[in-house]
Design a protein. Sequence first.
Length: 246
Amino acid sequence: MSQIAFLIDADNLATGAEVEEAFDHLRRLGTVVLRRAYGGHEKLAGIKDVLKRLAVRSFVNQGRGTTDVALVVDTMDLLHQQRLPAVVAIGSSDADFAPLALRLREAGVQAICLAQREKADADALEIAYDKVIFLGSSASAGEPAAVAKPTRSSPRKSRTAASPAKSAAAKRPAPLPDEVEAVLQAAPALRGGSPVRLNEVSKQLRDAKILSKSAKATTLLRKLGDFALTPDTKPSLVQWTGTPDL
């Protein structure tokens, strides 16, 4: 599971319910290891109970309009101190953080936005971030809406119930190619389906004798086709695109 830093614009993501929902989404993606909220004193005081329960550190701004600057300055300090994990989530509907998201991506950090759909400029956010999650909605940006299931009434007579054996076979995943399975065994963190730092995977592949000292991990992973490398130029993260273990 990936480690995540969650940075909250408390002037924008201003209710305890929104903060709690954001954490629920992030827990499905990894472990939130760095938790900070920035905002005016009144805004932070309004959600202080939730912030305390979720172990979020509060940073009071220096006056009206300075919250965004405080969040950006702190994030860049953490980046240059090499204290940011591989994934940074920003809790704000404000597209003013787009330059920060792009800068993080240039540094090989995955940038996620958690926003309120009614307040957000969805197009601007989707361009800047690797992933956008709209609070109050079960689907994140770019994900298809759930397909409605047919009702039980008026079933088609031509259909017959599948036998338990056939149902189990249908649910059983197809075996992975040997080369892909070897990579996943050497770098088990990839099985979770979240991005992993490419240099860590490269070392594990060399330790497992899958990759020679002179060979490039990017060449192997692109050849296999089951792995996504980001960014496209000088990738620093790799993600398995198969079905994660449940």
